[in-house]
Design a protein around this ligand. Structure first.
Ligand SMILES: NC(=O)c1ccc[n+]([C@@H]2O[C@H](COP(=O)([O-])OP(=O)(O)OC[C@H]3O[C@@H](n4cnc5c(N)ncnc54)[C@H](O)[C@@H]3O)[C@@H](O)[C@H]2O)c1
Ligand SMILES: O=c1ccn([C@@H]2O[C@H](COP(=O)(O)OP(=O)(O)O[C@H]3O[C@H](CO)[C@@H](O)[C@H](O)[C@H]3O)[C@@H](O)[C@H]2O)c(=O)[nH]1
Length: 441
């Protein structure tokens, strides 16, 4: 049995590697030649602990291979897993051009009956369009069934999430095809939910929209805490202890980023237009997030008046720890604003500096470590809660900065400790100490 995976981005790579790990024969195809070359040499272009070892192991045992030859990838494949990107278009809707490219490649090279499984996040109704497109290209005697199998892994923990998935959703209009895909997943021994195709497509958007809602909700409560003199740490803990609410995704901060929540919430909003439905909560979630991303900057502006010529250090650039992904990272938006203000910026991230330098080039100073970034700074912004940043000794800010002022978007430090250390400390949803600032309304 042969599995062909289309797309070797994060999802495609983790899917291919994990299927090989449980014993399947997997060929991964991508249109990017350099990516295929790198992967064929056992080098992982993505930062994730453990992924490169698993990649190498399965290359060596012959279960995993990479190619940019579409014909070779398709030949004799029983299952096609589509994991190409579905990025945001300018109007917020999902761009399906990569999906269309993959479908054309498969349609033109198919040589036997197969099952096509769509892992990419796609608007409701896309699987049906894919089915129609394929039907129009493939030889009449061949049969391809299309199945929706949305992916729920998180960046940085993709392998763990695959082997410990809360659920595997399989949407098929033909029960037998759905069961065939379910059997493929049996070795993972995780709960499987079989649904119709449209429900599976919507589950993906609904899950991301719900998680984004939880984040925007707690960020609004954090803002209320600042106005009302409460502490978001205690409030989040107090509500999260109710099992009906749950404690996860209640970390207030500088808004959600990454390659999924921002694009998928906007795509779902766009999708509601097609049925003329006003999804009021979702619209607010998006708005709240965009305002939240600006809060720390506004607080700094209020404090300094002008940031022109100020030495500013940004600690943490990735949209979250344990990844080098900077897509929609709050730090990127902050840096753009600081550059507009003509601040003098040094940055540090354990993994993402290389990617940031491809965007901002020599306009930033890329420090080797946190010490070098904050040395001589007038202000520090903490944007990603990497362990080495959350564990960074408070006393070093006093020692190394020109004046110890921290804008902490991830609530890394205890407020009382920052106060006792004589640091001007501004965090989210907690009282500012040794300084006075207010929120942007
Ligand atoms: N990144 C995540 O954590 C995550 C999690 C769940 C779901 N998703 C969804 O999964 C999909 C893929 O996400 P990603 O982050 O892996 O994307 P990505 O943009 O990192 O990678 C997509 C890959 O597809 C390749 N590609 C484009 N056209 C192709 C074609 N015709 N044939 C073969 N390969 C082609 C690109 O070269 C690229 O390597 C998206 O729909 C995304 O929304 C992503
Ligand atoms: O309490 C929280 C939790 C997360 N975030 C932020 O939310 C964003 C997304 O975080 P996370 O969900 O951990 O990362 P992703 O890798 O983007 O994963 C999400 O997006 C994927 C792509 O669709 C889905 O598959 C996953 O289930 C879903 O969690 C990041 O900016 C986090 O900083 C918060 O601000 N507060």
């Amino acid at each position: 049995m042969k599995i062909a995976v289309f797309g070797t981005g994060y999802v495609g790579l983790v899917t291919g590697v994990c299927f090989a790990e449980i014993g399947y024969n997997v060929t991964c195809f991508d249109i990017e030649e350099t990516k295929i070359d790198t992967l064929s040499q056992g080098k992982c272009p993505i930062f994730e602990p453990g992924l490169e070892e698993m990649l190498r192991r399965n290359l060596a045992n012959g279960r995993l291979s990479f190619t940019n030859d579409g014909k070779a990838a398709c030949r004799n494949a029983d299952y096609f897993f589509i994991a190409v990107g579905t990025p945001e278009k300018e109007d917020g809707s999902a761009n399906l051009e990569y999906l269309e490219g993959a479908i054309a490649e498969i349609g033109n090279n198919l040589n036997k009956d197969a099952i096509l499984v769509i892992k990419s996040t796609v608007p409701v109704g896309t699987n049906e369009l894919v089915k129609d497109k394929l039907k129009a290209i493939i030889p009449r005697e061949l049969r391809v069934c299309v199945v929706s199998n949305p992916e729920f892994l998180r960046e940085g923990s993709g392998i763990l999430d695959t082997f410990h998935a809360d659920r595997i959703v399989i949407g098929a209009d033909d029960q037998e095809t759905g069961r065939a895909v379910a059997r493929l997943y049996e070795p993972f021994d995780r709960p499987i939910l079989q649904t119709d195709v449209r429900s599976a497509e919507l589950i993906k958007y609904a899950a991301n929209a719900f998680l984004a809602t939880k984040i925007s909700f707690i960020n609004e409560i954090a803002n209320l805490c600042e106005y009302m003199g409460a502490d978001i740490g205690d409030v989040a803990k107090g509500i999260g202890m109710d099992h009906r609410i749950g404690s996860q995704f209640l970390n207030a901060g500088i808004g959600y980023g990454g390659s999924c929540f921002p694009k998928d919430t906007k795509a779902l909003e766009k999708l509601t237009e097609s049925c003329n439905y006003d999804f009021k909560i979702l619209r607010s979630v998006i708005e709240v997030n965009s305002r939240q991303k600006q809060q720390l900057f506004y607080k700094a502006k209020e404090l300094f008046g002008s940031l022109h010529g100020k030495r500013v250090a940004v600690l943490g650039l990735a949209f979250k720890p344990h990844t080098d992904d900077i897509r929609e990272a709050p730090a990127m938006e902050l840096i753009a604003r600081l550059l507009d203000e003509q601040a003098d910026i040094s940055v540090y991230d354990p993994a993402a500096s290389g990617k940031v330098s491809q965007v901002f080039g020599s306009r930033l100073y890329y420090a080797e470590n946190a010490d070098a970034a904050i040395k001589g700074a007038d202000a520090v912004f903490i944007m990603t809660e990497w362990p080495e940043i959350t564990e960074y000794d408070l006393a070093r800010y006093r020692l190394l900065m020109r004046q110890p002022i921290i804008f902490d978007g991830r609530n890394c430090y205890d407020v009382a400790e920052a106060e006792a250390a004589g640091i001007a400390y501004v965090s989210v949803g907690r009282k500012a100490v040794n300084v006075q600032v207010s929120l942007k309304r």
